[in-house]
Design a binder for this molecule. Sequence first.
Ligand SMILES: [Fe+2]
Length: 243
Amino acid sequence: MKRRDFIKTPLIVAGATMLGKVGMVSGLSGVAHAADIAFTPQTNEGTHMEHTLPPLPYAQDALAPHISQETIEYHYGKHHNTYVVNLNNLIKGTEFEAMSLEDIILKAPAGGIYNNAAQVWNHTFFWNGMKPNGGGAPSGPLAKAITEKWGSFEEFQKAFQAAAAGNFGSGWTWLVKKADGSVDIVNTGAAGNPITSGDKPLLCVDVWEHAYYIDYRNQRVKFLEAFANNLINWDFAGGNFTG
Ligand SMILES: [Fe+2]
């Protein structure tokens, strides 16, 4: 099967399975496109949970010119998909093969199984945190929490951009909800995920070079500006905050 066929057609239903598994705990179930799909975990002989590449919540060219179709084809179609394939191969015959994605992230030791599980989860969350004609500012309880933390949305934006620009090497920058209900910015390296520290992810940006190199070459800051001004889905982040 050619790569493009693999991306486009057979994964819609199967992909919903993993999105459902993520959504059960993280709030992704609030995503509009996922709400209409029944979540039935795929199993193999009752013990092996096959993880699948979730469908994108928009067309592959929908974020252009801020994120090009070519970037999506590589980042989603190759990088994200490879994490899914690697995870399924690594968990075969282990105690992790019947676990949900989130349980693997919480229970696996540092190493390949954790890394691939977290990268599957992180990328799904990243895709859902963007939309065509996104950006702008949040409203409602999340807007209030951001103002309480940073004084204004503008100051939050500066802090988030600075954290993401300064996140050394490959990693992720997150807006999270703390256990006390306040919000904060967290940088993680490599395949880090804030749920392992007890924080609830609200929004994230991927700062691995593969996220921006095709469109912005080495200019991570330009990618971050496009993310903030044109791509962030604040409804998604706000739903995670109140959900
Ligand atoms: Fe990535």
